[in-house]
Design a protein around this ligand. Structure first.
Ligand code: 2IT
Length: 447
């Protein structure tokens, strides 16, 4: 395999799908060596097969808003790769959603799900629907219309969506309700991120953030250090940042920044439990303004409009919001301010030039597909509980999540350490994730 050639062909076939091409390029560069050492991969055209989704559903979603106007959106489900199990991955509702974004997310999901060592294939979906400012009734009607179109193509042994940006417990509830009505069966594993009480798993809401902090804790330990007193900058204030802040506080670290599309909230003394709880209200309000934290806690939080979390001096930087949210300039600012670790919690949160700058400065950098895998891993645990018709305790789930994150960390180190003992977490995650999928594809024949 020659990465340049494959990329040239892909660019010709999928012009302008920049996020997707970026995600593929990063993986191919990491695995090139391993791939070329195994002629069986080349013979079975593993890479050529892996970069194209099994199929993409694209459909019109029609619904009626509160004023009685008909609204039309585009919905998608990308079923990318099923070598390891039924398709699994979130749904994103955001006005910028398009095929490129969902293909990048679906592609990443294949390797992330592989790293969890659970039987999960890779998929992703969503719609260009903007939840901002929508009423609860509008959200419900949209979710119902979305599932009306997709329900035949999901199910616990077929494809199991979950939440992502713009899709949380409320939306999953509305989608599951409609799914159940249409399918005429309680296939609870058809969607994950359900509420506890009707099939949801304890710790699933916290899992992405908790898992990320378990991973970061290992990175810090690798350097003979601890999380105590470490200053952490998080971007966003959604579900992922909330879970990360909760665990960071528990581990004795100090979250000194959160951010939103409107700017950054700096908290020199660190975020408190009360403030973390308030993040949930901020999200539920659908205002999407981080300034609300400073309005509510004027002594503890200072809001600066138009600035990112990366302008705040910190030891650990964790993008938790959206792809490509941390650019080269941000990376340079973080490095100048003495950042010690950068861990992506959002999917592909850092631009390639930002990653290169961080790695060049010898600051350990970990990729989203490893750091945020705790979310989908716990979705996998939710499916297990659904199949058993049982609920595990929070302790049981958390213990399993912690073990999965430790194992992912160990795999990244195993496959990412060079002869000099330097660890490249990106390479480690991509190689470990790829090998499991590639070997499964080889064993299952040319399909
Ligand atoms: O990006 C992700 O891994 C998710 N949005 C969670 C997917 C899932 O199926 O739990």
């Amino acid at each position: 395999m020659k990465v340049k050639e494959i990329m040239k062909n892909l660019e010709a076939k999928h012009p302008g799908e920049n996020e997707y091409l970026q995600a593929v390029q990063e993986v191919l560069e990491s695995i090139e060596e391993v791939y070329n050492e195994n002629p069986k991969y080349e013979a079975a055209k593993i890479v050529e097969r892996l970069v194209e989704p099994d199929r993409i559903f694209k459909f019109r979603v029609v619904w009626v808003d509160d004023q009685g106007n008909t609204q039309v959106n585009l919905g998608y489900r990308v079923q990318f790769n099923a070598a390891l199990g039924a398709y699994k991955g979130g749904l994103r509702f955001h006005p910028a959603v398009n095929e490129s974004m969902l293909k990048f997310l679906g592609f990443e999901q294949i390797f992330k799900n592989s790293l969890t060592m659970l039987p999960l294939g890779g998929g992703k979906g969503g719609a260009d629907f903007d939840p901002m400012g929508k009423s609860d009734a509008e959200i419900m009607r949209f979710c119902q219309a979305f599932v009306y179109e997709l329900w035949r193509n999901i199910g616990p042994d077929q494809d199991s969506p979950a939440g992502d940006v713009g899709v949380g417990g409320r939306e999953i509830g509305y989608m599951y309700g409609m799914y159940k009505k249409l399918a005429r069966e309680h296939s609870t594993g058809a969607l994950t991120g359900k509420s506890f009480g009707w099939g949801g798993s304890l710790i699933r809401p916290e899992a992405t953030g908790f898992g990320a902090m378990y991973y970061v804790e290992r990175m810090v330990k690798q350097n003979g250090d601890t999380m105590k007193g470490k200053k952490i900058a998080l971007s966003g204030f959604g579900n992922v940042a909330w879970g990360a802040a909760t665990k960071a506080l528990e581990l004795g670290a100090k979250v000194v920044a959160i951010s939103g599309p409107d700017g950054v909230c700096e908290m020199p003394k660190g975020i408190t439990k009360e403030m973390i709880d308030y993040m949930l209200d901020m999200r539920a309000s659908n205002r999407n303004k981080v300034e609300d934290m400073a309005t509510k806690f004027p002594k503890a939080a200072k809001f600066t409009a138009g600035k990112k979390a990366w302008s705040v001096k910190c030891d650990i930087a964790c993008p938790c919001a959206f792809q490509n949210e941390l650019d080269e300039k941000d990376a340079k600012e973080l490095i100048a301010n003495g950042v010690q670790y950068v861990a992506e919690v959002s999917n592909m949160g850092c631009q390639p030039k930002a990653i290169a700058a961080v790695q060049k400065a010898k600051v350990p950098f970990a990729p989203g597909k490893a750091v945020n895998a705790g979310g989908v891993a716990t979705s996998g645990l939710e499916i297990c509980q659904n199949a058993e018709h049982r609920n595990w305790t929070a302790e049981e789930v958390d213990e399993k999540l912690h073990k999965i994150m430790n194992d992912i960390y160990d795999m990244c180190v195993k496959y990412g350490t060079d002869a000099k003992g330097n660890i490249n977490y990106v390479k480690g995650a991509n190689i470990a994730g790829f090998m499991r999928v590639a070997d499964a594809m080889l064993a299952q024949g040319i399909i």
